[in-house]
Design a protein around this ligand. Structure first.
Ligand SMILES: Nc1ncnc2c1ncn2[C@@H]1O[C@H](COP(=O)(O)OP(=O)(O)O)[C@@H](O)[C@H]1O
Ligand SMILES: [Mg+2]
Length: 376
């Protein structure tokens, strides 16, 4: 005759087994030495091991390096110090299947203390699909940004041609001057060197325009680096001058000598600032004066402001202008501000718009400084 406690125990066990096997997530229980004791059905399907073949093995076989080699140390340290690095916290991690393939997971870990023994339970969810979707969205976004950059450069083509033509014309003039000097028979080395120097400077100037354009036109995956905001803004101002010259708009810059570093993709941020400057130029009636200033707002934030003296934004449109396809221009795409905002947001920052008291509008790109950036 079985005693009631045994019955209760076996019922509890049966319930536990049924629960484990009904779970969609992989669940495993390991001992305090890292040996696998329980491996549910979902875990079998996910990792490709049967419970029978994996029971008793070290859980580290389910991990890629360096965790694989270090896992025993993690448990040991926890048992010694009680310092929780993952228990009750959970995190994204990478797991290893029997066939050696790796896949991304959400991992949460709990602790079981019973009769003086400790065990750990791990709940694992395969997040490959979520990661893949996120990657595809990111890729589409990058493509869209690239197409928009090319579109902007296309719209700037007339200005760009003008900006390159000027140094080319100068080079040709200097070449003729040098030829005349040689033909005159009064070859003055100093004068000739001066002409060659000037020619070099002009070629350099044309080269700079082309370099900036190529940099923006390049198809490239977004990449964040610690960057000096000063250089990024200075570069984009040079590029925008192509447009301001053409439209007779004066472009003023206020860039303090020292600005905090920010964790940014410089091309993306240039794209944003270029969009804002071009919007300022394109207002109707057009702005005469555009001011780009960058400053440190506090320890955590660095700001790039683009202000104009155009007509400003109608107050009831202030929130709408960031919507995709919203435009008040005949030839507008309405995508500039929407893409700019998503770029800035993906940097952990904000893109804000307001009307100036003295007329015109100011757009602020607020970015977290590299100091305030904790982890990525
Ligand atoms: N500096 C500005 N001053 C006034 N209105 C602006 C300014 N910048 C943007 N806007 C408004 O926001 C709208 C959306 O801008 P954007 O997303 O860049 O698209 P697009 O430039 O193609 O119209 C513009 O059509 C305009 O109405
Ligand atoms: Mg625009």
């Amino acid at each position: 005759m079985t005693t009631p406690p045994d019955n209760a125990a076996s019922l509890a066990e049966a319930r536990f087994a049924a629960l484990l096997d009904a779970a969609v997530d992989a669940i495993l229980v390991i001992s305090d030495s890292g040996r696998i004791e329980t491996f549910n059905r979902a875990a079998e399907a996910l990792f490709g091991y049967s419970a029978d073949e994996i029971r008793g093995k070290n859980v580290s076989v389910l991990m890629p390096e360096p965790y694989r080699s270090e896992h025993d140390g993690y448990i040991k340290r926890y048992l010694e110090t009680g310092e929780k690095k993952i228990i009750g916290i959970g995190r994204e991690a990478s797991a290893r299947q029997k066939n050696g393939d790796f896949f991304p997971i959400d991992l949460s870990v709990g602790e079981i203390r019973h009769a003086g023994e400790r065990r750990f339970v791990g709940i694992i969810r395969d997040i490959s699909e979520r990661k893949e979707n996120a990657r595809m969205i990111r890729q589409q976004q990058e493509r869209l940004e690239h197409v928009m950059r090319l579109g902007t450069l296309g719209e700037m083509a007339a200005g760009i041609a003008h900006e390159i033509n000027q140094p080319l014309t100068a080079i040709s003039t200097y070449a003729q001057a040098a030829k005349r000097l040689i033909n005159s028979g009064q070859l003055d080395d100093e004068r000739l060197l001066e002409i060659l120097d000037k020619t070099g400077t002009q070629a350099e100037r044309a080269g700079q325009v082309i370099r900036r354009i190529r940099n923006l036109a390049r198809k490239r995956p977004a990449k964040r680096e610690r960057h000096d905001i000063h250089t990024v803004v200075e570069e984009v101002i040079h590029l925008a001058e192509v447009d301001t010259h053409l439209h007779n708009v004066s472009l003023e810059q206020h860039l303090p000598g020292s600005l905090p570093l920010a964790w940014i993709d410089p091309v993306q941020i240039q794209q944003v600032v270029l969009n804002l400057i071009r919007n300022a130029i394109e207002t109707s009636p057009g702005a005469n004066h555009v001011v780009v200033s960058a400053y440190k707002r506090n320890k955590e934030e660095v700001v790039i402001d683009v202000s104009d003296d155009g007509p400003g934004i109608q107050p009831d449109l202030l929130s709408e202008i960031f919507n995709p396809f919203f435009t008040t221009k005949e030839q507008g795409t309405g995508m500039g501000l929407s893409i700019s905002r998503s770029i800035v947001t993906s940097h952990g920052g904000r893109l804000e718009a307001r009307n100036n008291e003295t007329g015109g509008a100011t757009f602020s790109v607020v970015l977290p400084t590299a100091v305030s950036k904790k982890n990525d």
